[in-house]
Design a binder for this molecule. Structure first.
Ligand SMILES: NC(=O)c1ccc[n+]([C@@H]2O[C@H](COP(=O)([O-])OP(=O)(O)OC[C@H]3O[C@@H](n4cnc5c(N)ncnc54)[C@H](OP(=O)(O)O)[C@@H]3O)[C@@H](O)[C@H]2O)c1
Length: 359
């Protein structure tokens, strides 16, 4: 099969195209592009199918595990793909590791080395620490240690890599806030809260941290170990009440920390983190809402489905529409009868086997 690789402006990326076997996969194509271009290793490449001029459709991204034949619409002799350079990449685990390592290491510096305050003009360093400050140190370090452990042993990421530039952006966010809070909380002039308030704050915060961990276990179980499974609707525990229970528990655990420690810096972080996670939660809620509407409408036979190649336009009874990106092995949707559809998420695999569904 001849594969022509072009940029979005139509310029040929690999002169003369590439010759691959008819059974070649997208991953093999990416490797071949890498061999010819050196700079563009596979995770840097985003390959899509060309969108016809004037079409408002979003380009379909090629999945690395699929065969090129699936994208050639029956024409196995040639295929044109559009190439985008995503820039230098790092593993998600690397990104998370570096952003969490900063606060984990910087916070104790302010606790164990009160001499740093001399650099900021305070000569009378505190001789001892109040127990709120000591518990805050344990709480803080436990939190970031937990997040590093979750990164390596719990989360099942759908994307292997992220742009390198995100490392600098995220590290700036976490390292700056970590130092800012640590500075005020361990300051020689820090005034602790009362004993009862401290106990309530830390007690509530720990409960939320444990709940947050449990939410991450629930999310983990939605995917297979290799990260396949797409996005599903999480069920159970606090997910029965709120869509992104992991963000809710994260926000509340910072609230607990702030009740116990009471610094302006801590509350500023709480407000910023809450606004970031609220935005993400709304976006995730909208995506999952579309998914659940599709399931309900298909279940009730109230969805009009129009199929075009690898796409299915689902018009829902309430006037909403969603485009599902399918793969070619899909069962024709018109064959799905209401009675065949189980009343749960496995509907998706009934309608769209091989879990090639993305909203
Ligand atoms: N303090 C702060 O400012 C702050 C900000 C953000 C996050 N956090 C904390 O860090 C944790 C991780 O953050 P995150 O943004 O990576 O959380 P996230 O997007 O909710 O993801 C956690 C993991 O679960 C997967 N996942 C999420 N929803 C899923 C679904 N519906 N179906 C299947 N898998 C799903 C994600 O997959 P994908 O790889 O596909 O995304 C990811 O691997 C949060 O839960 C929170 O505790 C803190």
């Amino acid at each position: 099969m001849k594969v022509i690789v072009v940029s979005r402006s139509g310029r040929e990326i690999v002169k003369g195209g590439l010759e691959l076997s008819d059974s070649a996969t997208v991953a093999e194509l990416q490797e071949t592009i890498h061999k010819r271009t050196k700079k563009f290793y596979p995770s840097r490449q985003r390959l899509t199918l060309p969108v016809p001029p004037g079409s408002k459709d979003r380009p379909v991204a090629l999945h690395y595990k699929k065969s090129l034949k699936e994208y050639s619409d029956g024409n196995s002799s040639s295929l044109t793909v559009v190439f985008k350079d995503l820039g230098p990449q790092v593993y998600y685990s690397t990104l998370f590791f570096w952003e969490y390592l900063g606060p984990l290491l910087l916070y104790p510096v302010f606790y164990f080395f009160p001499g740093v305050y001399r650099l900021f003009g305070y000569s009378g360093a505190a001789e001892t620490h109040h127990k709120v400050q000591t518990y805050a140190l344990y709480y803080w370090c436990f939190h970031y240690f937990k997040r590093i452990m979750e990164t390596f042993f719990v989360h099942r990421f759908s994307h292997a890599t992220s742009p390198l530039s995100n490392v600098f952006r995220n590290c700036t966010y976490y390292w700056t806030f970590g130092s800012y809070i640590a500075y005020y909380l361990n300051h020689p002039l820090y005034t602790p809260v009362g004993d009862l308030q401290m106990k309530i704050g830390f007690g509530f915060g720990i409960l939320c941290q444990v709940s947050n961990f449990y939410c991450h276990i629930i999310l983990r179980n939605l995917r297979s170990p290799d990260g396949n499974g797409g996005y599903q609707i999480p069920k159970g525990f606090l997910f029965n009440i709120v869509t992104c229970a992991n963000y809710t528990t994260e926000i509340y655990q910072w609230l607990g920390f702030n009740i116990a420690t009471q610094t302006v810096a801590g509350y500023v972080f709480l407000v910023v983190a809450t606004s970031i996670m609220t935005n993400w939660a709304f976006a995730k809620h909208r995506r999952l809402r579309k998914l659940i509407l599709c399931i309900q409408c298909l279940f009730n036979n109230r969805a009009a489905v129009r199929r075009e190649g690898r796409k299915a336009q689902v018009s829902l009874a309430m006037g909403d529409t969603a485009t599902l990106h399918l793969n070619t092995e899909v069962t024709p949707l018109k064959d799905v009868k209401a009675r065949e559809v189980p009343e749960d998420q496995s509907l998706l695999s009934t309608c769209f086997p091989s879990s090639g569904v993305a909203l």
